[in-house]
Design a protein around this ligand. Structure first.
Ligand SMILES: [Fe+2]
Length: 292
């Protein structure tokens, strides 16, 4: 029941944001969609018993509304800027490619030199792409043989090169020759809510970036459980994560999760853990994130 309530709360929050966002636009069609989203929200708020079939139906209608809206918006709008393609494309194992920059190497001058952009993109980013492809293929080979040799090494390679590739792909899109200024819309509202104002956000982001030890990143992130924006830093960037992923199924293997019962037998704990996995929860979570 808790899960259904949580699910309904998430759905309500999504509908509310969607409607709010649409009402900002001037198009009548947007306002109509906003009204429909509010209608679904009203139905949800009036419902006494949150049974799964009702929630599924409501989610389906919300999805339908959203895809209709996206379709209409894309059809009616000229896309102003080329978005790096591999940010959203589905990529086969070992099939990552260096994305084209959405502008020329010299386009960010005088703030970022042409030579830096050229080396950064064509050499550094390329080596992450090559390393990621190699790690993915190697791991696929091991899956096929059901024999995971050097798993620690390949997981490290996967994280290091995957984080490098995904973060750089986001980074190229995060800059533009027409950039600068301040954000607008929902992002601006959320920044004001979570950081008081834009100038405090900018100060915290800059201080975080300046204080990363060694190489790394400063990243504005959305904390989906807390519903807040936060700034995190990634020293180096690998630490066994790829920074463009959304956890679907976590397993805690810190000693505090098993030691009292299993002592040093982590393997026994891992094997038994499969008996308590909540697949419906993971399925529901996956269905929400798979199109991001
Ligand atoms: Fe870089």
């Amino acid at each position: 029941m808790d899960f259904q309530r949580e699910y309904a709360r998430d759905l309500a929050a999504w509908l509310e944001n969607f409607a709010e966002e649409l009402k900002e636009g001037s198009a009548k069609a947007d306002k109509d969609v906003a009204e429909k989203a509010e209608g679904l929200l009203y139905m949800l708020s009036q419902r006494k018993i949150l049974d799964p079939s009702f929630l599924r139906q409501l989610e389906k209608e919300a999805e339908h509304l959203y895809s209709h809206y996206v379709h209409r918006r894309n059809a009616g709008e000229q896309i102003e800027r080329k978005i790096v393609q591999s940010e959203t494309a589905r990529v086969p194992v070992g099939g990552h490619k260096l994305p084209e920059l959405p502008y020329s190497y010299g386009a960010l001058e005088p703030y970022i030199d042409r030579r830096i952009m050229e080396l950064h993109h064509s050499k550094h980013h390329q080596s992450y792409v090559d390393g990621l492809n190699k790690a993915e293929k190697e791991l696929q080979k091991q899956r096929n043989n059901r024999k995971f040799e050097l798993i620690k090494h390949w997981k490290r390679e996967l994280a290091f090169n995957g984080a490098g590739h995904y973060l750089h792909t986001l980074f190229w899109n995060a800059m533009s020759p027409k950039g600068g200024g301040e954000p607008a819309g929902a992002l601006a509202r959320q920044i004001n809510k979570d950081f008081s104002n834009f100038s405090t956000f900018k100060l915290q982001f800059s201080e975080a970036a300046k204080n990363v030890e060694g190489g790394g990143w400063s990243v504005l992130v959305w904390q989906s459980q807390a519903g807040r924006l936060e700034i995190l830093t990634a020293e180096k960037h690998q630490n066994l994560s790829q920074w463009d992923v959304i956890p679907v199924l976590p397993l805690d293997v810190w000693e505090h999760a098993y030691y009292l019962q299993y002592e040093n037998d982590r393997g026994g704990y891992v094997n038994n853990w499969w008996n308590v996995v909540n697949w419906p929860w993971a399925e529901a979570r996956f269905s929400k994130v798979k199109d991001i």
